[in-house]
Design a protein. Structure first.
Lengths: 240, 240
């Protein structure tokens, strides 16, 4: 039942698509591929090898696109509408990318479900890398991304909703920051993702009360008495 | 790429498994199938027809097992470990159930991912119905369920964690209650699912402050001045 392609046995009819979030210059960003010889954009994706657990496949796909291992990533939804992928668009795409004419019985032409993962990575450490179908893999600001192919715009929307929902509940936002950061950096990240201003004193009190931050030295910027403290995320005791 | 079986075209390599929660007599319960001629138990499941959206398939499977339509259900996880299903157990199972000897190239013998859904239903309205592989479909108290086949015990565990996590955040618990209920009924349900006692006054104040309950007449039990009010869930304004 598996599908031999490019030398691997992949599971049939299932793909993985990854909404990869980064945070930089007070902007929440995602990584998008631009398909060769087209202006079509998509979130990075791939297939599951027979030899891989599902989670291993997702980590591999993430590593191939970012150069990073041990990425924070979570399943967020399986996209399984019958008509979620336009096969005529797929044919045009593969012709533009590879010069191939997909026959109706090509394995790619069957119905595919796609398992959506979102990943949170440290922007400063990622090395975005196109795949064989694309000539660029670049960061796009979340609030100015163009329309994406198939149902990928819906994927991004759902991933963003999930990120917002879990930001407080699971304290996952720290995965978007470098190892050390100021309270201001942290608040900026929260405000950007939640798309609203937060009261500085309340935010600071709440974050400090959670017992998840270790205070380090001050950040040296010249004016010593105005230098903010640096913090590091040290995790919390339990998580559901 | 699809799999012809029992007259339908099903998507290959993907199943749906459903953890169906009900609440009765202050017990959280789930529906389990008992496979014919064995003592093996499993959560109900099924496959996705070529003609169905993923969500439609899940609703159909739920309806087949409970007789209910428009059930509250949510995807909670895709189970995709390479060795999640023991094929020798599957062979024994199908032999016991159907008398058939599965050949190694039978479509059921390939690797399957399973998309986990949890459903919350009104216990009093469900009509549990076995499928063709099982001779019973019954409610089991969540804290005394025996070991299940394959990775189904892990499925139940994960579904229960998800239910607990979302109980407050998404106010989904009301799907487990009849249309009208007392504040006591509501608190019992919360306490049972969360497995802890809640302070009555705090709980009541919080629930009333959410603006999601409509107060109806008192529940007539004889002693009029002690009769509790009945409530109905009327939803809330927004949800993530």
């Amino acid at each position: 039942m598996s599908t031999k392609t490019r030398g691997y046995d992949y599971l049939p009819g299932i793909s993985i698509d990854c909404v990869i979030f980064g945070f930089h210059d007070n902007q929440l960003k995602i990584l998008l591929l631009n398909f060769k010889n087209t202006d079509w954009l998509a979130v990075p994706g791939g297939f599951i090898k027979e030899s891989e657990n599902l989670e291993e496949a997702a980590q591999r796909i993430l590593e191939e696109r970012t150069g990073l291992t041990n990425i924070y990533l979570e399943q967020f939804y399986v996209f399984g509408d019958r008509d979620r992928r336009d096969n005529e668009m797929l044919k045009s795409l593969m012709k533009a990318v590879d010069g191939v004419e997909l026959s109706p019985d090509h394995y790619l032409m069957t119905r595919f479900l796609s398992i959506g993962y979102y990943a949170l990575i440290d922007f400063t450490k990622a090395n975005p890398t196109p795949d064989y179908t694309s000539d660029s893999c670049q960061w796009y600001d979340i609030d100015t991304i163009p329309t994406l192919i198939y149902d990928h715009s819906a994927m991004v929307k759902k991933a963003l909703e999930t990120l917002r929902f879990f930001l407080d509940e699971k304290l996952i936002g720290f995965n978007l920051l470098p190892e050390v950061f100021t309270m201001n950096d942290l608040q900026n990240m929260y405000e950007t993702i939640l798309d609203k201003k937060l009261l500085r004193t309340n935010f600071q009190r709440k974050m400090l009360s959670l017992g998840i931050l270790e205070r380090l030295d001050k950040k040296m910027t010249g004016a010593a008495n105005k230098a903010p403290y640096l913090y590091r995320f040290v995790g919390k005791e339990s998580n559901v």
